[in-house]
Design a protein around this ligand. Structure first.
Ligand SMILES: Nc1ncnc2c1ncn2[C@@H]1O[C@H](COP(=O)(O)OP(=O)(O)OP(=O)(O)O)[C@@H](O)[C@H]1O
Length: 120
C-alpha cells in the first residue's frame, strides 16, 4: 500500500514535469521566458547580487512563469470549449493576458531596482 502511494505521487510529479516540458515545446512565449530567466540568473551571478535580492528575483521569475502557464491553460480551455468567436471569450483571454502583463511589469521593475545600482 505504501509503495503504491509513493509510486502514485512519483507519477504525479512525472505528469507535472511533462506539463512543463509540453509548455516549453509548444509555446513560443515559454521559450522567451526561458531565455529571459537564463539572462537574469546569469546577470545575478555576474554581479554577485545579495541573498535578499536573489529572493526577489526568484519570486519575480516565478510569478511570470506561473501567470504565463495559467494564461496558456485558460487559452487552451477556451479554444477547446468555444472555438467560435465570442465576446465573453475575448474578455476571458484578454484578462488572462493582462495578468501576465501585470506580472511582467512587476518583474521589470524588480529587475531594474536590483540591477541598476550594480550596472551604474
Ligand atoms: N474565440 C474568440 N472569441 C473572441 N475573441 C477572441 C477569441 N480568440 C481570441 N480572441 C481575441 O482575439 C485577440 C487576438 O487573439 P490571439 O489569441 O491571437 O492573441 P495573442 O495573445 O496575440 O495570441 P498568442 O498568445 O497565441 O500569440 C485577443 O484580443 C483575443 O482575446
Amino acid at each position: 500500500m505504501g509503495n503504491s502511494y509513493i509510486s502514485k505521487r512519483l507519477a504525479s510529479f512525472g505528469y507535472a514535469f511533462s506539463g512543463i516540458a509540453a509548455f516549453l515545446r509548444s509555446e513560443p512565449h515559454a521559450r522567451i521566458h526561458a531565455l529571459a530567466t537564463i539572462v537574469v540568473v546569469a546577470a545575478g551571478c555576474w554581479y554577485k547580487i545579495a541573498t535578499p535580492e536573489w529572493i526577489w528575483i526568484i519570486l519575480a521569475i516565478t510569478l511570470v512563469w506561473i501567470t504565463e502557464m495559467l494564461n496558456t491553460v485558460i487559452e487552451k480551455i477556451m479554444d477547446h470549449l468555444s472555438p467560435q468567436l465570442h465576446p465573453k471569450v475575448k474578455f476571458i483571454k484578454d484578462v488572462a493576458a493582462g495578468a501576465v502583463l501585470v506580472a511582467a511589469i512587476a518583474a521589470v521593475i524588480i529587475g531594474a531596482v536590483i540591477f541598476i545600482p550594480y550596472i551604474f
